[in-house]
Design a protein around this ligand. Structure first.
Ligand SMILES: C[S@@+](CC[C@H](N)C(=O)[O-])C[C@H]1O[C@@H](n2cnc3c(N)ncnc32)[C@H](O)[C@@H]1O
Length: 253
């Protein structure tokens, strides 16, 4: 959680003075993102291009892990939390923004064959996800890995998924993308099912940085979910995990 506004120029100057080594990489990212944004027709196309560029360097870094140990730990953290919350091998899981299966590899291993469905806007990260499947020896679990352009889930069946999960996806999403997800997730969620997502929480002003990182207040997302007949619950027990984002659980209202 933060109360800081990272988009505020004063904050950025103070941060640069405190962290001079980060100025050059930030300037390079700013320049790259400007070019990508000019070329892209919408946010999803832009973010797909960001992922293409990042994945070309390192798939693990592209999903936000600075080291392989961190990649392993972040996957385990997501998996353990859901198992503690009753995830069963028979659950049918939709992972939105599955990346290169940082957590997906553990879900796939645990769930019955065919019960994992990962979607992502980035074909490049999905190729990296296939590599993870191969290196982890998960071929027999026959998971689905599907590229998507939007979050309408139009190609998925009604009331199918008992668990949906999106980790570090809405932290990179403008509100209209989250709204699209809320407008449609209820249709594919089974009765009694739930959808957990993390987000970068601010208790100050909502803002974004480089159109890559978005900061929301809890009540904004809970009220948005209510508009689509969904109930949002802030997950207090996630706050104890060593992770900077917060978590909300969505259920049918
Ligand atoms: C920070 S990574 C996290 C990946 C994975 N959830 C994990 O924890 O390792 C964010 C992922 O979400 C994907 N993504 C971003 N916006 C998306 C959207 N609107 N729909 C589907 N995937 C999206 C990105 O391509 C990327 O793979």
């Amino acid at each position: 959680m933060t109360t800081k506004n990272r988009a505020n120029p004063l904050y950025q100057i103070q941060y640069a003075v405190r962290n001079p080594g980060k100025v050059a990489p930030y300037a390079r990212r700013l320049a790259r993102d400007l070019v990508l944004r000019v070329r892209a027709r919408d946010h999803v196309s832009y973010y797909r291009a960001v992922m293409k560029s990042d994945t070309a360097r390192s798939a693990e870094a592209a999903v936000g892990s600075k080291s392989h140990d961190r990649w392993l730990a972040l996957g385990t953290m997501q998996f353990d939390y859901l198992v503690e919350h009753g995830l069963k091998p028979t659950d049918r899981m939709l992972e939105i923004g599955c990346g290169n299966l940082r957590a997906g590899r553990l879900f796939i291993d645990y769930l019955d064959a065919g019960n994992y469905y990962g979607i992502d806007i980035s074909p490049d990260i999905l190729i990296a996800a296939q590599q993870t499947l191969a290196t982890q020896g998960l071929q027999d679990k026959l998971p689905h890995l599907t590229p998507t352009r939007d979050l309408t889930f139009a190609f998925l069946p009604d009331a199918h998924f008992t668990v949906a999960h999106a980790h570090s996806v809405f932290s990179h999403s403008p509100l209209h993308v989250i709204e699209e997800c809320f407008a449609h997730i209820g249709r594919v969620l089974a009765p009694g099912g739930f959808f957990d997502f993390t987000f970068d929480r601010t208790e100050g002003r909502e803002h974004q940085v480089l159109h890559e990182d978005f900061y929301y207040r809890t009540e904004t997302l809970v009220k948005l979910a209510e508009r689509y007949g969904l109930r949002g619950q802030f997950m207090d027990d996630w706050e104890t995990r060593p992770h900077g984002q917060s978590k909300i659980r969505i259920t049918h209202g």
